[in-house]
Design a protein around this ligand. Sequence first.
Ligand code: PGA
Length: 248
Amino acid sequence: MRKILVAGNWKMHGSKAMVNGLLKGLLAAPDSERAELAVFPPFPYLALAQSLLSGSSIAWGAQTLNPVAQGAHTGEVSAPMLLDTGCRYVLVGHSERRSLYGESDADVAERFAAALAAGLEPVLCVGETLEEREQGRTEQVVERQLQAVLERCGVDGFRRAIVAYEPVWAIGTGKTATPDQAQAVHAFIRDKFASRDDIIAGQLRILYGGSVNGSNAADLFAREDIDGGLVGGASLKAEDFLTIRDAA
Ligand code: PGA
């Protein structure tokens, strides 16, 4: 049985006051039997997340990492540092990293490998642009993005990893993929893994991301291959984020 995961990608939002308020709001709610929570604050707030969330059921992670463990890389943060701040997860290959910061499929695969090597659970983000969808190339794009990581880390690399399908046209636009559209791509992704390893495919959590909110989450999470959500905007208020969790 795959447990639903509702993950909050805060992107470049937050302040000490906001992190305190938001996390205390999440901690005040009773745990859910059906869904787990994780938050992805910006780097400066990971230590604060660690001090507030340690011992709770809420996990935390970072939004990216440098694949090198340490050294002369001014401005960068490594996987061992994330582990040291108690991170369980790290996002890799979010579409904003790919489009704004030039991360290639190969760069994403290196980051995924570095996360695994450090003992973090990478959350690999994949998804097509509107143009790619309109050209009927959704599966081809998602397959290419997965393939780069499969070639680097093998199917075994996904024993302790998560995939997030995030159509770029749905991120931050208020335009969600329909449950049918999302389910179709999720099933496609699970099939890719099933052709390599049935057990890993069956255990792999595949999250949907792109304008998930309290109104659309229940229909998405009800679908067979949708194992939770990667939530941006609606993860910044405890009440909204908990409404999504409780839709599971
Ligand atoms: P959104 O962002 O929920 O604001 O669309 C999702 C994401 O980018 O992970």
